[in-house]
Design a protein around this ligand. Sequence first.
Ligand code: UGA
Length: 439
Amino acid sequence: MKISIVGTGYVGLVTGTCFSDTGVNVTCVDIDEEKISKLKKGIIPIYEPGLENMIKNNVEKGRLHFTTSLKESLDQAEVIFIAVGTPPGEDGSADLSHVLNVAHEIGKHLDHTMVVVTKSTVPIGTAEKVRKAIREELEKRGVDITFYVASNPEFLKEGNAVEDFLKPDRIVVGTDSEEAEKVIRRLYKPFLLNNHPILFMDIPSAELTKYAANAMLATKISFMNDIANLCELVGADVNMVRKGIGSDSRIGNKFIYPGIGYGGSCFPKDVKAIIRTAKSYNYHLRLLQAVEDINEDQKRILVTKVKKYFNDDVKGKTFAIWGLSFKPHTDDMREAPSKVIINELMQAGAKVKAYDPVAMNEAKKEFGNTIQYGQDPYDVLIDADGLLLLTEWPEFRIPNYKVMAKLMNHKVVFDGRNIYDAAEMEEKGFDYFGIGRSL
Ligand code: UGA
């Protein structure tokens, strides 16, 4: 079987690589020439555990190819996946121009029957727009070639993308033809172990499922952040409350960790986009608006604690930052709470010294030389007036307290992810502030 994947971002690259690993002949397409020439040499544009080796292995075996020519990738392909970006537009709605450009390109070059699958996160109705764009091009060419559209949203998480793709909880596919269903079922067969289902449904339902899933997860997080803030006021410990409610299997213990707000390229964008879609139908998604508002406030919660601790006087003080990426195991800083926090600290006149195990290059693109960068976690602590833990990377979990205490000017830790034990911190001589523990 031969397939084509357009877009070599997280979703496209992981999808293409994992399909090739099952023996399928995959061609990945991207208009970015530099990216493609690097990929051909085995240099991958993103940090994703396990991906590099898998790419190398499948390229060597001759079943994973990279090209900038969409036309070339269509040759003998049975399926083409559109996995290009859908960045948020000014008004929060998803920008479909890349997806539709690809659809037009497909229409310009299609010369045999094919299933066209949208994998990018796209608003309801996009598969229809894809169908229309391809049809338009075929009509212009005066040819009549049968093609089918389908929607197959992706649920993988950055930092765990390969694992998530190989062992999906479920696969969701929206189709309106038996032909598309048959080909897609064949393609996914190797991933359907442990009775995890492949769910076929109508196209709008599949498109909405993706947004509803991310919106539900974002809701759990904002709910817990709201409860955490209440915990501080009433003298409760959110860790206890979390365990207390998470043990109820109807609630579940995943995605109820409070922190400094959700970030990344998905939750913030998708929550905004679904609110926007509903608005276009004159429906106000009140709960999701609150989810979004809570998240914006939560990104500032740690700075509020810092200011309160220093009686609003942080001018000239230096703060060490541990962790910059929006979550561990990725260098992605899109919508990372660290950006808001660092900017707020600098606006208040403070200096910032930051360290992240993999996101330093991304941080340099963002902050240039407005902040200082450390070689390792301890480097940034030298003469620091406080430490802010922003990303729960494993290497920050068991720090050397003695070295910390020696290096820091002022022994106070603001833990944005609740990774430290408050009692232990205090015993080691640090003032300690987490999220959702009594003030
Ligand atoms: C998310 C979804 O989890 C994936 O299923 C989905 O496929 C993906 O979006 C997407 O739409 O492409 P991702 O953005 O990679 O994946 O990251 P998550 O692991 O979901 O984390 C998102 C944010 O929530 C992070 O900032 C994380 O720190 C925060 N979070 C997560 C919490 O604050 N508390 C939690 O309990 C869990």
